[in-house]
Write a protein that binds this ligand. Structure first.
Ligand SMILES: Nc1ncnc2c1ncn2[C@@H]1O[C@H](COP(=O)(O)OP(=O)(O)OP(=O)(O)O)[C@@H](O)[C@H]1O
Ligand SMILES: [Mg+2]
Length: 291
C-alpha cells in the first residue's frame, strides 16, 4: 500500500552530489519560510523519524558487507516508509512545508552509478569506500551523505523503482538539485578543514557520474525537479533556491535580504559558462522572479 498524500503542505527535497550545499541551503530556506510565518519541518534521509533513525544505524554501522545490496535496499525503503508515515505525511497534513535532505532520488542515482561498470568496485562504494562518519567536515553535519547512505549500491534499477512504487508511491512536490562540479565541492570541504577522504576513496569519476545522474534525472522530470546552479556565495545560491521554490511557496516572495540579481535575473558571476542555470529549461513559472 502506497503512502497517501494529504492535501495541503508542500514537500520539498534537496538532492545532489556530496558537498554541493544541500544542508546549507535547506537551512536557509527553512529560516526564510519560518520568517514568513510558515510551519517548517526540516528532515533528512535515511532517518527523519525515530524508527527510521534506528534503521539508518543498521545500514551505516557495522561491517561493509553486513547487508546484501537487496537487503540494504529494503532497509532504505523501510526507513523511508517509516519517515513518511511518522514525519512527512503528518506534517503535510498540518499544512507544513517539509524540507527533506535527500530522498528517493538519491537512492535512484547512487545505486545506478554504483552499478556502472566503470564505477569503483562495489565493496568500496558500498562500505569501505564510503565516507566515514568522523571526518572533520561531517562532525556537525546532520547527515552523512555518501554512496552508502544515500542509496543502495548494487540493487537493480528496476527493483529500486518497483519497490518505490509499491511502498512509497509518492514524489516530492519540488526537488531542488544542487548542481556543482565535484572539484568545487571538494575545494569547499577542504576550505572548511576536512580531509575530504571521501572524494579520494570514491574518486572524482564516481562523483562526476553522480552529478551527471542527477542532471539526467532533472531533465527527465522537469515538472518536479529544478537544477540549481550551486556555484557562488551561499547568498547567491539561496536566491536561486528561493526563485525556484517560490512557485510552490508563494510566501517566499518578499523574503530574504535584497541582493543584486535576485529579482532581475541579472548576470551572475558564473553566467555564460555553459553550466546549468537554476531555472533553465524547465518551463516552470518563476514566481520568485517578481519578488
Ligand atoms: N555557496 C557556498 N560557497 C562556499 N562554501 C559553501 C557554500 N555552500 C556550502 N558551503 C560549505 O561547503 C561545505 C558543504 O556544504 P553542505 O554541507 O551544505 O553540503 P551538502 O550537500 O549538505 O554536503 P553533504 O553531501 O556532505 O551532506 C560546508 O563546509 C559548507 O559550509
Ligand atoms: Mg548535507
Amino acid at each position: 500500500m502506497t503512502a497517501a498524500r494529504p492535501a495541503g503542505g508542500v514537500f520539498v527535497t534537496f538532492e545532489g552530489g556530496d558537498g554541493g550545499g544541500k544542508t546549507t541551503q535547506l537551512r536557509r530556506l527553512a529560516a526564510d519560510l519560518r520568517a514568513a510565518g510558515r510551519e517548517v519541518v526540516e528532515t533528512r534521509e535515511p532517518g527523519g523519524a525515530p524508527g527510521a533513525e534506528e534503521i539508518r544505524s543498521l545500514v551505516l554501522e557495522g561491517a561493509a558487507g553486513r547487508w546484501s545490496p537487496v537487503t540494504e535496499l529494503l532497509l532504505f525503503n523501510a526507513a523511508r516508509r517509516d519517515h513518511l508515515e511518522r514525519t512527512v505525511l503528518p506534517a503535510l497534513a498540518r499544512g507544513a512545508a517539509v524540507l527533506c535532505d535527500r530522498f528517493a532520488d538519491s537512492t535512484r542515482v547512487y545505486q545506478s552509478c554504483a552499478r556502472d561498470a566503470d564505477a569503483p568496485d562495489h565493496s568500496r562504494a558500498h562500505g569501505a569506500g564510503a565516507p566515514d562518519q568522523s571526518s572533520a567536515r561531517d562532525a556537525d553535519a546532520p547527515d552523512q551523505s555518501s554512496a552508502r547512505d544515500a542509496g543502495a549500491p548494487g540493487a537493480a534499477p528496476q527493483m529500486v523503482e518497483a519497490l518505490h512504487a509499491l511502498v512509497i508511491g509518492m514524489e516530492p512536490d519540488l526537488t531542488l538539485i544542487l548542481d556543482l562540479d565535484p572539484e568545487l565541492a571538494l575545494a569547499r570541504g577542504l576550505a572548511r578543514g576536512g580531509d575530504e577522504t571521501r572524494f579520494e576513496r570514491l574518486g572524482l569519476g564516481f562523483h562526476t557520474r553522480i552529478r551527471d545522474g542527477f542532471r539526467a534525472l532533472a531533465a527527465a522530470h522537469p515538472a518536479r525537479c529544478r537544477l540549481i546552479d550551486a556555484r557562488g556565495e551561499p547568498d547567491e545560491v539561496a536566491a536561486r533556491v528561493r526563485a525556484a521554490a517560490a512557485a510552490h511557496l508563494p510566501e517566499l516572495a518578499g523574503t530574504g535580504a535584497p541582493r543584486a540579481g535576485d529579482a532581475t535575473g541579472a548576470p551572475r558571476a558564473e553566467a555564460g559558462t555553459g553550466a546549468p542555470r537554476a531555472e533553465a529549461g524547465t518551463g516552470a513559472p518563476r514566481a520568485g522572479d517578481d519578488a
